[in-house]
Design a protein around this ligand. Structure first.
Ligand SMILES: *Cc1c(COP(=O)(O)O)cnc(C)c1O
Length: 388
C-alpha cells in the first residue's frame, strides 16, 4: 500500500460485525468474556480497545514500524519512552527540543535518578563529545522547536548503533508524510498527535512507534501498567484526522513556502527560519532526509518583545495560541508560550530571542494569510521610520 492509501486503510478495515466503513467508537471500559479464561481478544480498555488499536496499527504502518502505541498526550508518549531508562542511566537530548520535553527531563526524569544531558545535535560530532558509558538513549527532534533546526538522523543513528545507544526521534513537526525516522536508523519514533496527525486542533494525543520487539513489549507493558491511554473518542478523532494528512501537509507546505519567501523580503523580519529556504543551515540535510519541509515558519521581528506583542495583537486570521499543525493558522510567542519552561538564559543560549514569533501555517487561502501578515506589520516602527 502506498502512503496515501495507508492513511485511509491501514488498521482500519471495515467493521466485521456490521460492515461499517469507519472504525466504530468502542465506548466501553470492559468486554464480556465467554467463560473464565476465554475472552474474545479484548478484556479491559486500559489494556486494549479496538478503536485505539486501529489508531495504533495505522500509526505503526505510517512510520514503517511494527508496533504502535497511543497515549493520552505527546508528553505521556515521551514519558513512556524515557521510562525505558534505569536509575544511573543517562539520556542526551538535543538542545533544540520542545520546552515541555526539557521540563520533563529536568523536573521529572532527573528525580528518578536518570541523568539528563544536552548537546547541539545539529552537528553529530557534538554527540560524540558528550558520550559516556551510562548514556543509553539519545533524544532528538528534527525539524525542531522553535527554530526549525535540523539534525542528520542517519549520521546520529550510526553513532548510536556503534555504541548500542537507543535513538528516539520526535517526528511531530515533519510527520510521517515528510520523514520516517525509523528508516533513517532511529529505534523509536514519538509524536504529539495533537498536532498535524490529528490536524484539526480538537484532540490531544501521543504516539510511539518502534520495530524492535523487545522495546515494543516494554512500552506495551508500561502503557498498561501506568495507564495514560487515550479514550476511544480521542483515538477515533485522531484517526479521522489522519485520513487527510497527505492533502493537508501538501497545502501546509505550499503556504509555508509562500510565507517564508514573503517574510524574507520584509524589513520587519530580521531572520526567517524555514528549512525549505536555501540559506537555512539545515536545508541540505532536510533535503536529504525529508520529502518536504513542513508547515512551520519562525521569524525574528525587529524590535523584540514590543514589536512581537503589537504584531501578534494585530493578526486577524492567525490566532495567537499554543500548539500547531491544525488546519487553521496560529501564531505563537515561544519565550512566553512553548518555551516558558526554560530560563531566559537557557532561551537566549538556544537562540530563542525576544523577537521570535513562530507561525503554524494553516491551509487557508495563502492570499488571505499574506494579507493578514501585511496588515499586522502595518504599524511596525520600521515602516514608520522607513529604515530597512
Ligand atoms: C506539542 C509537542 C509535544 C507535546 O505533546 P502534547 O500532545 O502537547 O502533550 C511534544 N513534542 C513536540 C515537538 C510538540 O510540538
Amino acid at each position: 500500500m502506498k502512503f496515501e492509501t495507508k492513511l485511509i486503510h491501514a488498521g482500519q478495515e471495515p467493521d466485521e460485525a456490521t460492515g461499517s466503513v469507519n472504525v466504530p467508537v468502542y465506548q466501553t471500559s470492559t468486554f464480556k468474556q465467554d467463560a473464565i479464561g476465554r475472552d474474545r481478544g479484548w478484556e479491559y480498555s486500559r489494556s486494549g480497545n479496538p478503536t485505539r488499536k486501529a489508531l495504533e496499527d495505522c500509526a505503526a504502518a505510517l512510520e514503517g514500524g511494527k508496533y504502535g502505541f497511543a497515549f493520552a498526550s505527546g508528553m505521556a508518549a515521551e514519558t513512556a519512552v524515557l521510562n525505558l531508562l534505569e536509575p544511573g542511566d543517562a539520556v542526551i537530548a538535543g538542545e533544540d527540543i520542545y520546552g515541555g520535553t526539557y521540563r520533563l527531563l529536568e523536573k521529572v526524569v532527573k528525580k528518578t535518578g536518570v541523568e539528563a544531558l544536552y548537546a547541539d545535535l545539529k552537528n553529530p560530532e557534538n554527540l560524540k563529545k558528550k558520550l559516556k558509558k551510562n548514556v543509553k538513549l539519545v533524544w532528538l527532534e528534527s525539524p525542531a522547536n522553535p527554530l526549525l533546526s535540523v539534525c542528520d538522523l542517519a549520521a546520529i543513528a550510526e553513532i548510536c548503533k556503534k555504541k548500542k545507544i537507543l535513538l528516539a526521534a520526535d517526528n511531530t513537526f515533519a510527520t510521517p508524510y515528510f520523514q520516517n525516522p525509523l528508516a533513517l536508523g532511529a529505534d523509536i519514533v514519538v509524536h504529539s498527535s495533537t498536532k498535524y496527525l490529528g490536524g484539526h486542533s480538537d484532540v490531544v494525543g501521543g504516539l510511539v512507534v518502534t520495530s524492535n520487539e523487545e522495546l515494543g513489549k516494554r512500552i506495551k507493558f508500561y502503557q498498561n501498567a501506568c495507564g495514560a491511554i487515550p479514550g476511544p473518542w480521542d483515538a477515533w478523532l485522531t484517526l479521522r484526522g489522519i485520513k487527510t494528512l497527505a492533502v493537508r501537509m501538501k497545502r501546509h507546505e505550499e503556504n509555508a513556502f509562500a510565507i517564508a519567501w514573503f517574510l524574507r523580503e520584509r524589513p520587519e523580519a530580521l531572520k526567517v527560519f524555514f528549512p525549505g529556504l536555501p540559506e537555512h543551515p539545515g536545508h541540505e540535510t532536510a533535503k536529504k532526509q525529508m520529502r518536504g519541509f513542513g508547515g512551520m515558519v519562525s521569524f525574528e521581528i525587529r524590535g523584540g518583545y514590543k514589536a512581537a506583542y503589537e504584531f501578534t495583537r494585530r493578526l486577524r486570521i492567525f490566532s495567537l495560541a499554543d500548539s500547531l499543525g491544525g488546519v487553521e493558522s496560529l501564531a505563537c510567542y515561544p519565550p512566553v508560550q512553548t518555551h516558558a519552561s526554560l530560563s531566559e538564559k537557557e532561551r537566549l543560549k538556544r537562540g530563542i530571542n525576544p523577537g521570535l514569533v513562530r507561525l503554524s501555517v494553516g491551509i487557508e487561502n495563502k492570499t488571505d494569510l499574506l494579507e493578514d501578515l501585511k496588515r499586522a506589520f502595518r504599524c511596525h516602527k520600521s515602516q514608520v521610520s522607513g529604515h530597512k
